[in-house]
Every structure is written in structure tokens, then in C-alpha cells.
Design a protein around this ligand. Structure first.
Ligand code: ADP
Ligand code: MG
Length: 565
């Protein structure tokens, strides 16, 4: 149970405010976005920017400081930060030597970091992105780059950051990150789910005496259940899993992290490490500078993971290099002067230009529809959350309400300035993806942005123009998310909607009638996804568990188009 909460909506910002106040010697706040080092890095040093959802402390803000990260972006609990937040931290963290984005592999994080990378490159900054993919249960060995990231991120990022601290070039730091990730394997287990701030119940429960094996760190259930035996049996289970995955070229020396997820405490972790060390010795292997403690938590989840990184000389040197961050100190990192303050915050909205009278009139109608969509989502929030909890993380209703509410609010602010359709949609897109960090937030942001570009602020679209805008929305989602029809995502109701709308308009229907018919097709298609097994996003790991339940993103899209026709 997460007990010490004022207002659940302020949980992340209040925790960050307290953290930056207590650690003012190590970090500076980037308002509404995250933290950067308090120490001045040398001009030209590569900046490593990490981040993801909050609720994992010390990951990621607790890893910022000399010898480790340059900046951490802090999203909402368990949900990716927005591209705008990532840009703000990146600009504050940059030392002029290029930036490595080092998120852990979750769809939402990859989408938002990817969008930020595109924008920064347009501004002339050399940005690379490599994700941590260490969780052995989440994809087969040959597809290890598709695995999700968990606590092994601590080791991988420590190494990449040490390369940056040593003054290596962006190419080199990126190469080290790739090598460290390839050499790292993690395996975890949980005894109890975590409770979101303000929630009464944990996100999932594990029967007494059982343990969920192969959990995620966002409250996703494990991939299998086993009997929970003694500490040594638990250590053996995890080590056996890791040994099965030992790369053939692995040497004898291995960096080790025994990580607690929140409610499993230090003595228990030490008992586990004792057995892990015995098993390594029996296998003729040698642990190097092991770390035992909490580095990647999942709020108050009970459980642990073990990570191994198989070392070569280069990785060992980087692992042993000095670092001084809130959660970890090693050796004596170089002394650096403090920075006075952080110069940049989240970017300002560009000024609004009025649209043509026809486009501005339609924009008023569109704004009303966005408000309607927000109300529909609010009325269905719990139901969408429940669908998402079957195989995902249960936040889809909340994400959609946050995103659409932000969109409606942002549109209300600009509407008195007489914007055209394109500006209203662009404003909705920006606010939606900025406030709703999850996968759906990024995708709705991408779709609406594409539709905004198609419509512009001058032309008054006829029915065919509306069809083209909807098609652009669909293309925006497909090109940002990469899902195909049948993967069990929102694409499975968006594409039928776009096709049906085009067909009805071509057959001569008016836009309103065509929209209603297309919405019925989208709804039927969304319901039909219940028969599919999930191939994308968080729920793909639990693909078969989702059979019988429709895809949450497809369901919310259908609700919106049905209600706004
Ligand atoms: P998260 O998965 O980050 O928790 P949400 O729960 O808000 O985000 O949204 C989940 C929905 O996002 C899924 O039901 C699915 O419709 C959609 N989704 C996930 N990945 C993709 C993708 N690659 N392309 C299109 N839609 C996706
Ligand atoms: Mg979700």
C-alpha cells in the first residue's frame, strides 16, 4: 500500500520537489520535466539522458550526478514522459557533445523519446537512442532487442555514462551502451503487486505461498507462477534462468545487481546475494563489485530481480569507474564546479495565428467535439481501465481522460484567438501527448498532428477533405507506432473507420451519415479484436491472456467516433 499521499495527482511532483531539495548538491530541477546534474560537466562531454515513468526511484532521478547520468526525465507514475519534457531535460543536460537517449524498452518511452530525438535533430543536435532490453522472459534470446528493460538498466547505464564521463565521443558512448546491453541479463519475481498512489487495492495479487515469475516493473503481472520456497530456492530459480541465457562468449567475470522492488528489504536481498555468490563460484565465475539494494523499484511491490552483465576489460573498467549519485557511490569522481541554475524549462507554445473565417467556424465545432470526447471518456474511464488491466497495466482509461482533458483545455485557451482547424488539432495533439505519457498519448498526439497538417488553417474541407484528414490521422498512428492490422491495437478500429468513411463518402453519403456508419464499423471492429491475441505494446507478453477481451485502445477509439458523430 502506498500510504503517504497528499493528492495523488501531485504525488510525482511533490516527491521530485522533496528529492531535489534534499539532493541539491547533486541535482537541479528542470521544472515540470525532471532533473539534471548540479555539477558542471566539461564542455563537449556527451550527455546521457535517461528516464521513463516515475514510481521506480532511485531510477532514474537518483542516478543523476558525476560519473553517472546527466539528466533524468520524470513522467507520471509508470507512464512515459512526454517529448516536451524530454526536450526540456535534454537542453538543460546538453554539454555540446551530443546526447545519448537511454530509456528502458517500453513502447511509450520509445515513442516519446523518439519524437524528442526527431525534434532535437531538426534543431541541429546530434541525438542517438539506445534502449535497455535486459528482461530475459520478455522475448526469446534471438530477439533480445525486443525485450523490455528492467533493473539491469542500472548496470548498462552506469557503463554508458562512465564512457561519457571519460570524455569518449558520442559514437563511442553509443557503442558502449550497445555492448553493455548485449552483455546484460535480468530475471525477476514478485510476491505482491504494487498500489498506485490513491488506489485502495494493489494492481494485482499473488496467492499466498506463490511467486509470479518474470514480472514487469509497471504492475504488469508475471508470465508464470511458481511455488515460493526458501530464499535459496528463489535465488536458484533466478540464477538457473540467467545461466540458461549465458552467452557462449561470456567470460568468467560478471557485474551483479540484486535489486529489491520496493517491499523486499536489504537483509532478504543479502541472503539472496549470498546464494547467488555461491552459485557463481560453483560455476567458476567471479562477481565484480556487486550491488545489492534498491535501484529500480516498482512503488511498494514485493519482489526482486537479479542481473548479470558479462564483463570484458572495457566494460569492467567502466563498471568500476567512480560515480557519486543519490543511490550509489563508488570511488572518487572528479570534483566539478556547481552550475548556478538550469536555463531552460518546457518550451512555450508558438503564437496562434487566426485561420480563414470558414476554417475558424469549423474549428469552433471541432472544439465542441473534443469536449464531448472528453466527457465520453470520463464516463467510460473505469471500464477502459478494467479492459487494460486484463493483459496491460490498467491505465488506459486514465491515460485517455488525462490526454483528452488536456487537449480540450488547451483548445479552450486558443479558441478565442480565432484559430483554424489545423491549429486547433495541432494544439490538441501537443497537449494530449504532453500530458498523457503512455503509448496511447503518443499515438493520439501523432494522429492528431498528422490530421492538423493535412487540414491547415485556410481550406474549408468538404467531405472528401474530411476523409483525407481521417486517413492522415490513421497514417500518423501507423507510422509512429508501427502496428499492423490484426496486431490487436487501436489500429484495428482506426483503419476500418477510415476505410468505411471513405467508401460511404465516395458512395455519395453526406459527411454526418458517413461518419455514423463508419463509427458503427469501427465499433464492430473494436469488439472483434476480442478474438485476437495481442502482438504489440505492453500486453503482447500476455497476448493469449487478452483473448476474450477487446483491445482497450480500439475500444476507446470506437467510443469517441460513435459519440462525436
Ligand atoms: P500503455 O500501453 O503505455 O499503458 P495505454 O494503456 O494508454 O498505454 O494504451 C494502450 C493501447 O495503446 C493499446 O490498447 C493499443 O490500442 C495501443 N497501442 C499500443 N501499442 C501500439 C502500437 N504500436 N500501435 C498502435 N497502437 C498501440
Ligand atoms: Mg496501459
Amino acid at each position: 500500500m502506498t500510504k503517504l499521499v497528499n493528492d495523488p495527482r501531485e504525488f510525482v511532483s511533490q516527491a521530485l520537489a522533496g528529492y531535489t531539495a534534499a539532493q541539491s548538491g547533486r541535482v537541479l530541477a528542470v521544472p515540470d520535466a525532471g532533473v539534471v546534474r548540479a555539477a558542471q560537466a566539461p564542455e563537449g562531454q556527451v550527455a546521457v539522458v535517461m528516464g521513463g515513468g516515475s514510481g521506480h526511484f532511485p531510477a532514474f532521478a537518483g542516478w543523476v550526478g558525476v560519473g553517472f547520468g546527466h539528466g533524468a526525465v520524470c513522467g507520471n507514475i509508470f507512464s512515459s514522459p512526454s517529448a516536451e519534457q524530454i526536450m526540456a531535460v535534454s537542453k538543460a543536460a546538453s554539454n555540446g557533445g551530443g546526447i545519448l537517449f537511454a530509456p528502458i524498452n517500453y513502447a511509450g518511452d520509445i515513442l516519446h523519446f523518439g519524437a524528442a530525438a526527431v525534434k532535437l535533430r531538426e534543431e541541429g543536435v546530434d541525438v542517438r537512442m539506445r534502449a535497455v532490453t535486459d528482461d530475459i522472459v520478455s522475448a526469446p534470446t534471438e530477439d533480445y532487442l525486443d525485450r523490455r528493460g528492467i533493473a539491469g538498466a542500472f548496470i548498462v547505464l552506469k557503463m554508458a555514462c562512465a564512457a561519457a564521463e571519460a570524455g569518449q565521443s558520442l559514437d563511442e558512448v553509443e557503442r558502449v551502451m550497445v555492448a553493455a546491453n548485449r552483455a546484460t541479463r535480468s530475471f525477476g519475481a514478485a510476491f505482491g503487486g504494487c498500489t498506485l498512489p490513491g488506489a485502495k487495492e494493489p494492481m494485482f495479487a499473488i496467492p499466498p505461498g506463490r511467486v509470479a515469475v518474470g514480472l514487469g516493473i509497471h504492475g504488469e503481472p508475471g508470465t508464470a507462477e511458481a511455488v515460493c520456497g526458501t530464499a535459496d530456492q528463489m535465488a536458484d530459480l533466478l540464477v538457473d534462468g540467467l545461466f540458461e541465457e549465458r552467452p557462449p562468449e561470456a567470460g568468467r567475470r560478471v557485474a551483479v545487481l540484486v535489486n529489491g522492488l520496493g517491499a523486499t528489504k536489504y537483509d532478504e536481498l543479502s541472503i539472496i546475494y549470498r546464494r547467488v555468490a555461491e552459485r557463481l563460484a560453483d560455476a567458476g565465475m567471479e562477481p565484480v563489485a556487486p550491488v545489492v539494494g534498491e535501484q529500480v523499484t516498482s512503488l511498494d511491490m514485493a519482489g526482486l530481480s537479479v542481473s548479470f552483465t558479462y564483463l570484458d576489460d572495457e566494460l569492467e573498467t567502466l563498471w568500476l569507474a567512480p560515480a557519486d549519485v543519490a543511490s550509489f557511490t563508488r570511488g572518487q569522481p572528479p570534483l566539478r564546479a556547481s552550475r548556478a541554475s538550469v536555463p531552460v524549462g518546457v518550451a512555450e507554445r508558438p503564437p496562434v495565428r487566426p485561420g480563414s473565417p470558414g476554417s475558424a467556424a469549423l474549428a469552433v465545432e471541432l472544439a465542441a467535439k473534443i469536449g464531448l470526447a472528453r466527457d465520453i471518456l470520463a464516463a467510460n474511464e473505469d471500464r477502459l481501465g478494467a479492459i487494460d488491466a486484463v493483459a496491460g497495466d490498467g491505465d488506459h482509461g486514465a491515460q485517455m481522460v488525462v490526454g483528452c482533458t488536456a487537449a480540450a483545455d488547451a483548445v479552450a485557451v486558443v479558441l478565442p484567438l480565432g484559430p483554424g482547424l489545423g491549429t486547433v488539432l495541432a494544439e490538441a495533439a501537443r497537449a494530449w501527448s504532453e500530458r498523457a505519457g503512455g503509448t496511447s498519448g503518443a499515438l493520439w498526439g501523432a494522429g492528431l498532428e498528422a490530421a492538423a497538417r493535412e487540414l491547415g488553417d485556410e481550406v474549408v474541407p468538404d467531405a472528401a477533405g474530411a476523409v483525407r484528414a481521417v486517413r492522415a490521422f490513421a497514417d500518423g498512428i501507423v507510422s509512429r507506432g508501427g502496428a499492423r492490422a490484426g496486431d490487436k491495437t487501436m489500429v484495428d478500429s482506426v483503419l476500418p473507420f477510415a476505410s468505411a468513411l471513405a467508401a460511404r463518402v465516395e458512395a455519395g453519403d453526406g459527411l454526418a451519415g458517413a461518419w455514423r456508419a463508419a463509427a458503427r464499423a469501427a465499433d464492430a471492429a473494436a469488439q472483434a479484436t476480442a478474438a485476437f491475441s495481442s502482438k504489440r505494446g505492453r500486453s503482447k507478453l500476455h497476448g493469449d491472456r487478452s483473448i476474450g477481451t477487446p483491445d482497450p485502445g480500439a475500444a476507446s477509439f470506437a467510443l469517441i467516433v460513435l459519440g462525436t458523430g
